[in-house]
Design a protein around this ligand. Structure first.
Ligand code: HEM
Length: 127
């Protein structure tokens, strides 16, 4: 689970910094929230999930971790692409897309919390 999260996190990092780079050179900052969510939910959060599942393999092997993985990885593209489309098409009617995404991400993060409280403990730490 750790490896999967790391690999996907790096892809989001490349996309996130590229959006930042393009905003910087074009001086068009309308996509700041897309850039911030790609970097923070895609890169930073997934890299941290990966680290925790790597160091606590018991947590990474659970059904909770698998469900969390899928909810986060379906929710994040819905959220980020949804915000991108709202800005690009100037159409607020699409707000439902990031709302679906954010609900999936939030449910996944609640499962992550349960998993951390159950399995992240000293005796489960792997070096
Ligand atoms: C090559 C790397 C990066 C470039 C060129 C870049 C560029 C930018 C630019 C141009 C903005 C808009 C600033 C504005 O609206 O005035 C921005 C905002 C932001 N960036 Fe980046 N960025 C980079 C990497 C990152 C990374 C790695 C993260 C997080 C892990 C990040 C998080 C944010 C956040 C949270 C904002 C919103 C700040 C706010 O609205 O106050 N950026 N970035």
């Amino acid at each position: 689970m750790g490896t999967k999260f790391f690999k996907i996190a790096v892809v989001y990092l490349v996309i996130g910094v590229s959006i930042g780079y393009i905003m910087g050179i074009t001086h068009n900052f309308s996509y700041t929230s897309v850039h911030a969510h790609v970097n923070l939910l895609g890169w930073a959060s997934m890299a941290l999930f990966g680290l925790i599942y790597h160091f606590y393999p018991k947590a990474g092997e659970t059904k909770l971790a698998k469900t969390h993985f899928w909810l986060h990885n379906i929710g994040t593209p819905f959220l980020t692409a949804g915000v991108f489309l709202i800005v690009f098409l100037e159409n607020d009617a699409l707000t439902v897309v990031p709302i679906i995404g954010s609900n999936l991400v939030l449910i996944g993060i609640i499962l992550f919390l349960i998993n951390v409280f159950r399995h992240v403990k000293k005796e489960n730490l792997s070096s």
